[in-house]
Every structure is written in structure tokens, then in C-alpha cells.
Design a protein around this ligand. Structure first.
Ligand code: SAM
Length: 285
């Protein structure tokens, strides 16, 4: 079954009367080489559990099932269930879960599986919720080795950007706090049905066993990072006023304690500097 072939996709759509939903980001992949790069890039092995986000008609699922111990594919669209039964029904190591990935209890889902290897997340993500999905996977602290996912090129550029680069945003630092970001392959818009208006990139996030900086309160740390990026043309001393929990004098004192020049822009600070700054702000006064 060549699920990546446009004629096969069209045939399946005709058989099941299926129409791609724009609002669910249903752009189906038609390039076998890209599928192979996702699977190989993820590092999946024969004992591993793969969690796939948004299987669509099962094009990546089938290839992943050939190398993994088991694939659990989480798909929100009920209309795809009969299609997935048709395309994957002959495989005994695939389970389709009809849920919204953002509401899925991943810890429970993983605990219910029988495998001895690692957990690897893969997927061609629905573009409209790329960053919420990635932050959920990272923040929930599931025991996962790699997250290998396709996303809009501009989002990938942001996630891998170093501090000081114009693409770097609060989300870049938040993701880099949890994972090392590696680019696997760039993907042109021409290899999808229907064709989206943007190009894509596959990234692999290698989840860090140890965090790169020690932080007492992650929630507050992220709040400080977001405040630092909130007003790009302002100095970090001015940006931090949006926190609302520190006076100007306290902000200046915390910056001094963290060894940060108050006239710098928030987007030039490193993870380490944000860690020191949030500790200083937490223990102000
Ligand atoms: N994996 C297929 C491929 O590469 O051809 C489909 C990828 S398509 C870009 C995104 C898939 O995610 C669709 O099947 C869509 O229905 C599904 N999806 C969208 N929102 C979702 C959500 N919140 N939870 C789970 N799946 C979702």
C-alpha cells in the first residue's frame, strides 16, 4: 500500500467520501523520502514505542510500524477512523486513539503499553497547534527520548534560533530549556495534498536528561522569559515591568545581582541569564 502516492490518496478519499479539513490542518504527505527521514531521524528501534500525532490516512504510521515495537497514533478526526482501519487494519502493532492530543493523558497512555525500549514521538503536526503540542510534550515531563516532528518552516526557524538572532523568541528559550533542537530536513510545500501556503521543516528535539540551568520555579522562569520578549524594542529593565510583581528599583537590583546590564534588550539574554534573573526576582527584597 503506497499511501504516499497521490493516486492512492485520491482513491481513498473517493472510497470513503473523505474531504480534507482545513481547520484540522489536514495536508497529507506524498513523499516517501521525507517519511523515511522522519523515521530514521527519530532514531526509533525495534523495542521502542512510537507515539504519532495526527496519523491522517496512516502514511507515516505504516512505515513506523515496520521498525517499532508498537505505534500508538492519536487522531482527532472521527472521519479518519474507517480510513485508518482500511489502511492499517492488517498491522498488529498499531493502535489508533481517537482523541485530541492536547487533551490526551500521555503518561497514562504510555504506562498502559508493553515495551522495553524508549518512547519516541513523531508526526506531521497540524500547523494550527504546533507550539501548544510541543510545549505540552515537554512540560508534562513524559519519559520521552526524541520528538521528531514536521512544522511550518518559520516555526522551526524560531525554535532553533539562538539568543540574539532575530528569529529567537520566548518559545525558543522555553524549548531549548527542555531539549536540544536538531534540524532533520527541509520540506517544500509541493509534497502535500492539498498544497499548503508555507514550506515545512522536520526538527528532532532530543529531550535533555538534565536541564541546562537550575531553576526553582519553572512557571515563574517562563513568565520572566515571556516578559523579557514582550516588548522587543525596549530595554530588559523596561520590559520586565509587565511582570507586575516588582518595582523599578527591585528590577534594577535583580538585574545587577544577575550581572545583566539593564540597557540590554530582553531578546539578547541567554537561558543562563534568565535563570539567574528569575532567581534574583523571586528572592527580591
Ligand atoms: N500524518 C499525516 C500525513 O503526514 O499525511 C497527516 C498529517 S496532517 C498535517 C495533521 C493531522 O493531525 C491530521 O490527520 C489531523 O486530523 C490531525 N489533527 C489535527 N488536530 C489534532 C489534534 N488536536 N489531536 C490529534 N490529531 C489532530
Amino acid at each position: 500500500m503506497k499511501l504516499y502516492s497521490p493516486s492512492e490518496i485520491n482513491e481513498i478519499r473517493t472510497i470513503f467520501g473523505f474531504r480534507n479539513s482545513k481547520s484540522l490542518g489536514q495536508n497529507f504527505l506524498t513523499d516517501k523520502n521525507i517519511i523515511d527521514r522522519i523515521i530514521e531521524g527519530s532514531g526509533v528501534g525495534p523495542e521502542d514505542l512510537v507515539i504519532e500525532i495526527g496519523p491522517g490516512i496512516g502514511v507515516i504510521t505504516r512505515e513506523a510500524a515496520a521498525v517499532a515495537k508498537k505505534v500508538v497514533a492519536v487522531e482527532i478526526d472521527e472521519d479518519l477512523l474507517p480510513v485508518l482501519q482500511y489502511t492499517l487494519g492488517d498491522l498488529n502493532n498499531v493502535e489508533v486513539v481517537n482523541q485530541d492530543i492536547l487533551k490526551t493523558d500521555l503518561k497514562a497512555l504510555i504506562a498502559a503499553q508493553d515495551f522495553t525500549g524508549k518512547v519516541r514521538v513523531i508526526g506531521n503536526l497540524p500547523y494550527y497547534i504546533t507550539t501548544p503540542i510541543i510545549m505540552k510534550l515537554l512540560e508534562e515531563g513524559i519519559d520521552c527520548e526524541t520528538i521528531t516532528v514536521m512544522m511550518q518552516k518559520e516555526v522551526a526557524d524560531r525554535l532553533k534560533a539562538a539568543p540574539g538572532k532575530k528569529e529567537c523568541g520566548a518559545i525558543s528559550l522555553m524549548v531549548q530549556y527542555f531539549a536540544e533542537v536538531n534540524e532533520i530536513v527541509k520540506v517544500p510545500r509541493t509534497v502535500f495534498i492539498p498544497q499548503p501556503k508555507v514550506d515545512s521543516t522536520v526538527l528532532r528535539l532530543d529531550v535533555l536528561k538534565e536541564k541546562p540551568v537550575a531553576v526553582e520555579d519553572e512557571e515563574y522562569f517562563f513568565k520572566v522569559i515571556k516578559a523579557g520578549f514582550a516588548q522587543r524594542r525596549k530595554t530588559v529593565a523596561n520590559s520586565l515591568s509587565v511582570l507586575g510583581d516588582a518595582t523599578r528599583a527591585e528590577i534594577l537590583e535583580a538585574l545587577e545581582k544577575a550581572g545583566i546590564d539593564p540597557v540590554r534588550r530582553g531578546e539578547t539574554l541567554t537561558l543562563e541569564e534568565y535563570a539567574k534573573l528569575s532567581e534574583a526576582l523571586m528572592h527580591k527584597g
